[in-house]
Design a protein around this ligand. Structure first.
Ligand code: G6Q
Length: 543
């Protein structure tokens, strides 16, 4: 008989503690403790985490830390780092930490050290990157490659897309990069209009090499290239693959020498550190890619060794659990005040919701508590002029992470002061709000007074770094990866499988023949059959 986490002593105590704390305003917590910033902030690996604007006290933290002990968080962290088969529904380890293990200590999976394989792929990536940078990778007509098109989706797209956009300042000046993920031909068509077939290298990134969207885009790109260059042999110089599926890659017609492997113990959404990061390495260079890995490795060491009360991913994970399970928060938002992190919220949506959007425990039991909050976000400054209204005066509790760079990567005067003042003003306003008396004193017309009152008490974390470098970005990503892992342990769920995504892939392949071939109806529900018939009748392009 397995017991739920809700039966633990710490959970029961947290529940009781919530009753005492739920109506306390953050203003009061700050008034009670003028050292609150010092007491509830920490610095490590180039990041400052200020978690003082959260609805918690020392007692809350003690109880959350006790909960971490009760769910055996330390043991789970060790299992992660030791390469144990913790992705139990797929019977795999989850070893993204090995991909950035720059101290090169052996990490065993089923008794075999994975590090030689990791280092060998990094070496192969280095050779390719240098060849392209030195203009020595020549296309079929003898011209040097100057454009990369990455074709992949989900984990084979979002990480490299986010990182290459974030590190634009580090891009090789003579290279352009494009990402194709959507199966709607609009995206590929648009990009193919912009690139020169003679100087373009397509990277087909797919762990399984069977994903419908990626294979269709890859096949269309292949046909386009052959048509443009008039020779099937051109494929060898213009296509490389990143995959765990050597056989499928060969069947596609890509020379096995141009295949970069990774392993089943690298989950898609945890794969940007592997060969899936090749578009990153090509655009920013191998030294910078290694800096990205080094930043993540530093955070790995912090996660593994720091005591829990000074452990950033542990604290962020536990605070998240506090809001989801006790305050019943339904969402969590991430608000970067650094334009470079434009795609960070998109990337996090996959990392967090694909990992934690689960309802069955590791013991095959239905959960009797909430798990993953809906994770969303956008560039903070833009959000201020749009959805922040809800944060200030809506009816939901929305815990938020503010991410702030002290220095911009760029040099226009005045802009960074505006960025910083906006970010700090928002966390302040969300915290203190403005009560009726203050509103009255501000001279607001009594007739609309209630509309001009702000309850405040919205909790925020603030993460601050000096300037976005490859190293800091690596640290930041690893921080959220490990925060996600911490929450998976708290909720006793496997963060490394994604059966919902697999379902989507299966259902789409089942339905495809009904669209392309004869289908009399009757196989599905009335809605699906009705939609199929309606669409088929009206399609202008019929096979
Ligand atoms: C990630 C998921 C999923 C996956 C894509 C692409 O963790 O498994 O997002 O990355 O479905 O899969 P392939 O890389 O196999 O094409």
């Amino acid at each position: 008989m397995n017991t739920s986490i809700t039966q633990s002593v710490s959970w029961t105590k947290l529940k009781a503690h919530y009753q005492n704390i739920q109506s306390i305003h953050l203003r009061e917590l700050f008034a009670q403790d003028n050292q609150r910033f010092e007491n509830f902030s920490l610095e490590s690996c180039g990041l400052l985490l200020d978690y003082s604007k959260n609805r918690l006290t020392h007692e809350t933290l003690q109880l959350l830390l006790q909960f971490a002990t009760d769910v055996k968080l330390k043991e789970w962290i060790n299992r992660l780092f030791q390469g144990e088969i913790i992705n139990d529904t797929e019977k795999r380890a989850a070893l993204h930490i090995a991909l950035r293990n720059q101290s090169n200590t052996p990490i065993l999976v089923n008794g075999k050290d994975v590090m030689p394989g990791v280092n060998s792929v990094l070496g192969k990536m280095h050779t390719l990157v240098n060849k392209i940078h030195e203009g020595k990778w020549l296309g079929h007509t003898g011209k040097a490659i100057d454009t990369i098109v990455n074709i992949g989706i989900g984990g084979s797209d979002l990480g490299p897309l986010m990182v290459t956009q974030a590190l634009k300042n580090y891009h090789h000046p003579c290279l352009s990069i494009f990402f194709v993920s959507n199966v709607d031909s609009a995206q590929l068509t648009q990009i193919l209009k912009e690139v020169n077939p003679e100087t373009t290298l397509f990277i087909i990134a797919s762990k399984t090499f069977t994903t419908q969207e990626t294979m269709l885009n890859a096949n269309s790109a292949r046909a386009w290239l052959i048509n443009k260059l008039g020779d099937e042999q051109a494929i060898a110089k213009h296509f490389i693959a990143i995959s765990t599926a050597a056989k499928q890659v060969e069947q596609f017609g890509i020379d096995p020498a141009n295949m970069f492997e990774f392993w089943d113990w690298v989950g898609g959404r945890y794969s940007l550190w592997s060969a899936i990061g090749l578009p990153i390495a090509i655009t920013i260079g191998m030294d910078n890619f290694n800096q990205l890995l080094a930043g993540a490795h530093a955070l790995d060491n912090h996660f593994k060794t720091a005591p829990f009360e000074q452990n950033m991913p542990v604290l962020m994970g536990l605070i998240g659990v506090w809001y989801v399970n006790f305050f019943a928060a339904k969402t969590h938002t991430v608000l970067p005040y650094d334009f470079a992190l434009k795609y960070f919220p998109d990337y996090l949506q996959q990392l967090v919701m694909e990992s934690l959007g689960k309802q069955t425990t590791r013991d095959n039991q239905p959960v009797d508590y909430a798990t993953c909050p809906i994770t969303w976000g956008a560039l903070g400054n833009n959000g201020q002029h749009a959805f922040y209204q809800l944060l200030h005066q809506g009816t939901q509790l929305v815990p938020a992470d503010f991410i702030i760079a002290i220095d911009s990567q760029h040099a226009l005067p005045d802009h960074q002061d505006a960025v910083l003042s906006n970010a700090l003003a928002q966390t302040l306003a969300l915290m203190v709000g403005r009560n009726a008396e203050e509103t009255r004193q501000a001279g607001v017309d009594e007739a609309i007074l209630p509309h001009r009152v702000f309850p405040g008490n919205q909790p925020t974390n603030t993460l601050v770094y000096q300037k976005l470098t490859p190293e800091i970005l690596g640290t930041l990503i690893a921080l959220y990866e490990h925060k996600t892992f911490v929450q998976s342990v708290c909720w006793h769920i496997n963060p490394f499988d994604q059966w919902g995504v697999e379902l989507g892939k299966q259902v789409a392949s089942t339905l495809l023949p009904e669209l392309t071939g004869q289908y009399a109806g009757g196989k599905y529900d009335a809605s699906t059959d009705g939609l199929l018939a309606y669409i088929k009748k009206r399609r202008s392009f019929k096979k």
